[in-house]
Unconditional design. Structure first.
Length: 382
């Protein structure tokens, strides 16, 4: 059996040596081609005879043995192969073009640095492309665009005529039958506050409230004299019924939404003395609902033919007018002298007195008596 396998081992050894010889022959042919491309003089034989071949980049490449140096003997050929392998392992590291030999760690670090630089450049370019794609407008163009949007939004807000004119009114109610109830102006998006006061300006407590129409009544505390009304539609009409404490007659007010004006506060005065009213020491003529002049002055809206008078000795809160032979004083103070013919007070503590022609006034400011003088001055006409 061993005799039969011996020829096979010889054949296998011969094939291996043939492969090695072919590899060395390929290296020799490669070296000859590189030497042929080297721009040196044809007569210079020193390069061909040199054991090493220098490429154009300066890298030293060991030259393989010439083909004639290969031994035809298999044992000798194997020995030459081992010598070439030992020489290749002992060769120094390949140097870069600069001449400095780079270790594998340095080469890896250089490669990582180059990769990081390429990634950073890619991030910067991507950000620039995204910025130009998402925000192509300049700052001035964006601001102009926002101004146009704001103007469109302002123009689209109801009502079409612009914001309503705010008013604060005081009205004296009439409890007589056959008299049209007063109208309270409302606008969607605004809250109208209705206050109930008596003839002395004191709050009149509310027992119950009923509303008709598309309006919302905000709840108030028990015994309060304030009602808050909010319209739920841009246009609409309705009414509100108010039951006051110790008053058998209900108070009726009409509600109207969608007009050019809105009553921010509506002081509804009942021409009677309420539960919290202050009884006068000396009886005076009772204020009736027809006293339009006093109500206009109480709202600080005097008639056009009223003449303004100058008041000295008091601050600007006290004003005076003369109309049809009467003098009207609008002041937060209490008038002591002269005697007044009629008076009306509002919920904010302001009072209008109707008196005769008197040049001097005596008034009480929180218990302190003050003196004021009335002077006619055409420069203060209204």
């Amino acid at each position: 059996m061993l005799k039969r396998l011996e020829p096979l081992s010889k054949i296998s050894r011969a094939a291996s040596l043939a492969l090695v010889a072919g590899f060395l022959l390929f290296q020799s042919l490669t070296a000859n081609a590189q030497q042929a491309n080297n721009p040196t003089s044809p007569t210079d034989n020193s390069t061909a005879a040199s054991p090493t071949n220098s490429s154009a980049s300066g890298i030293n490449i060991p030259a393989p043995p010439p083909p004639s140096a290969l031994s035809p003997d298999a044992a000798q050929l194997g020995k030459q192969l081992e010598e070439e392998a030992t020489r290749a392992q002992a060769a120094p590291p390949i140097a870069p073009p600069g001449g400095q030999i780079a270790t594998p760690a340095q080469a890896q670090a250089a490669a990582d640095a180059m990769q990081a630089q390429r990634e950073q450049e890619h991030i910067v370019k991507s950000f620039d492309r995204a910025e130009k794609g998402l925000l192509p407008l300049s700052v001035d163009q964006i601001r102009d665009f926002m101004r146009r949007i704001e103007n469109i939004q302002k123009g689209s807000q109801p009502p079409s005529g612009g914001p309503p004119k705010p008013d604060i009114r005081t009205a004296t109610l009439s409890l007589d039958p056959g008299v049209d109830p007063p109208v309270v102006n409302l606008v969607a998006g605004y809250v109208t506050t209705i206050t109930m006061i008596d003839s002395t300006g004191e709050p009149w407590p509310i027992k119950d409230v009923g509303v008709g129409g598309n309006f919302e009544i905000s709840p108030t505390a028990a015994g309060s004299h304030v009602i808050r009304v909010i319209p739920l539609t841009r246009f609409g009409t309705g009414n509100i019924s108010i039951i006051l404490s110790e008053l058998s007659t209900p108070i009726i007010l009409r509600l109207s939404a969608g007009g050019p004006a809105v009553d921010m506060r509506y002081d509804a005065r009942v021409p009677k003395i309420g539960p919290n009213g202050k009884m006068p020491i000396i009886g005076r003529p009772r204020l009736e609902a027809g006293d339009e002049t006093i109500m206009m002055l109480l709202d600080n809206a005097p008639p056009s033919d009223a003449k303004r008078m100058k008041v000295s000795g008091l601050d600007a809160r006290t004003m005076a007018w003369t109309l049809n032979g009467h003098v009207y004083i609008r002041t937060p103070l209490s008038l002591l002298s002269p005697a007044w013919d009629a008076s009306a007070s509002s919920a904010d503590g302001m009072t209008v007195y109707q008196i005769g022609d008197a040049p001097v006034l005596l008034m009480s400011d929180n218990g302190a008596m003050v003196r004021a003088r009335l002077l006619r001055d055409d420069d203060h006409d209204k």
